[in-house]
Design a protein around this ligand. Structure first.
Ligand SMILES: [Zn+2]
Length: 391
């Protein structure tokens, strides 16, 4: 929403306010002078906003609220305007001044408190945001919006147990997708325990994740890693192979570990099987390049180049081209000088911007995130597919 839209919103508040005053004036003519004075302050406040004098605008609207405490819509719109413009201190000031007023109707008090919590959250003052949303949840135990805000705060702080407690409350309110999120949060705990070497704790957290979501791909990835860390490579390979069929993109996240396990378990044939399966299913440029490099190492340069020729003939893509030049240079003993020139030229082409994107908000990144940093939703990232402009 742009500044103009916000001013329209404020103007709409003004219109309804003046209309109210007009009818009030008809019913009780003696109130008209007070109404005129108030509308003057209102117009003055809007003028301050238009001339970029926000602090004067706040004072004008505060004066109006002092004499007419029930006209809180303006303050709420003003606070949102400041927050939208990134002026968090002013937004907080506006919402606090509203909350300081006596005799606020309960719904307005709730709205002002909620907006104050959002101000703190946007400003990154997480402890204050937490106490505001806790206050709301203490009064309204089933307030989904406040519970979601609290979950978001705990997840930003990586306080996984607190986030789990809140997400479970949301799941109990009937939000079915929250169960899968709780499973992902248990996976966060399992991953932390695994990287700290505490396999027992990792195993417990993983069991809790499976109890919430038996089909969790992240759970399968971690279960395999746990088995690998415990020296049970056969078990890890069996788990990951099941994921290869079900979700190749997730499988590709542990491709290197899968290869290490296959080598340790003496099951080289699994590497080839996985590579051919991925080559037949994956279209994301960075995964195509990754598969081609593994194919070159396992099956030889000619097989890898043949695979890339098919992919590139169908749709040109930079990372596949880079892998092609790299493998062709090594495999076919071409003139080194010509290869260097070609490799330099390819390296100078504009890079493909990202490997993953969020299917909800479109956030792009090089790394895979289980929780989108853009819209803060869980498990919405997918590998970016081939550039459709070349279709
Ligand atoms: Zn997103």
């Amino acid at each position: 929403m742009g500044l103009f839209d916000w001013l329209l919103l404020l103007a709409a508040s003004l219109a309804s306010f003046l209309l109210g005053r007009y009818w009030a004036g008809h019913l009780t003519p003696r109130t008209r002078p007070a109404g005129n004075a108030l509308s003057d302050i209102y117009v003055q406040g809007i003028n301050y906003l238009l001339s970029e004098q926000p602090d004067e605008a706040i004072e004008a609207f505060d004066a109006m609220l002092a004499s007419h405490p029930r006209n809180a819509e303006t303050h709420l719109a003003l606070g949102r305007l400041f927050r939208h413009r990134g002026e968090f201190e002013r937004a907080i000031r506006v919402h606090k001044s509203l909350l300081d007023k006596q005799d606020l109707p309960p719904d307005v008090k709730y709205q002002a408190l909620f907006e104050l919590g959002r101000d703190y959250l946007k400003a990154g003052i997480l402890d204050r945001a937490e106490s505001v949303f806790r206050e709301i949840v203490n009064q309204h135990a089933h307030d989904r919006a406040a519970l979601h805000a609290l979950a978001d705060i705990y997840e930003l702080e990586q306080d996984w147990p607190a986030a789990i407690e809140i997400r479970k409350r949301l799941a109990a309110l009937g939000d079915a997708q929250e169960q899968a999120v709780v499973a992902l949060l248990y996976c966060e705990l399992a991953e932390a325990a695994l990287s700290g070497g505490d396999l027992k704790a990792a195993s417990q957290h993983l069991a809790e994740a499976y109890a919430m979501d038996p089909d969790s791909p992240r759970g399968t990835l971690l279960a395999g890693k746990l088995a690998m860390a415990a020296g049970r490579c056969d078990q890890a390979l069996a788990m990951w192979e099941a994921l290869l069929e079900r979700s190749p993109m997730h499988f590709a996240l542990i491709l290197d570990e899968f290869f290490q396990c296959a080598e340790r378990a003496g099951q080289q044939e699994l590497k080839t099987k996985a590579l051919y399966h991925l080559a037949g299913t994956l279209r994301a440029p960075h995964l195509v390049a990754q598969v081609a490099r593994h194919l070159a190492a396992e099956e030889g340069g000619a097989v890898a180049l043949d695979y890339l020729r098919h992919v590139l003939a169908r749709r040109p893509q930079l990372q596949g081209l880079q892998a092609f030049v790299e493998i062709a240079t090594r495999a076919q003993g071409l003139d080194p000088e010509a290869c260097r020139t070609l490799a330099d030229a390819v390296a100078r082409l504009p890079a493909e911007p990202s490997r993953f994107h969020c299917t909800v908000c479109g956030f792009h990144s090089q790394a895979h995130y289980w929780k989108c940093p853009g819209c803060r939703r869980w498990d919405t990232m997918e590998a970016v597919q081939e550039n459709n402009n070349h279709a």
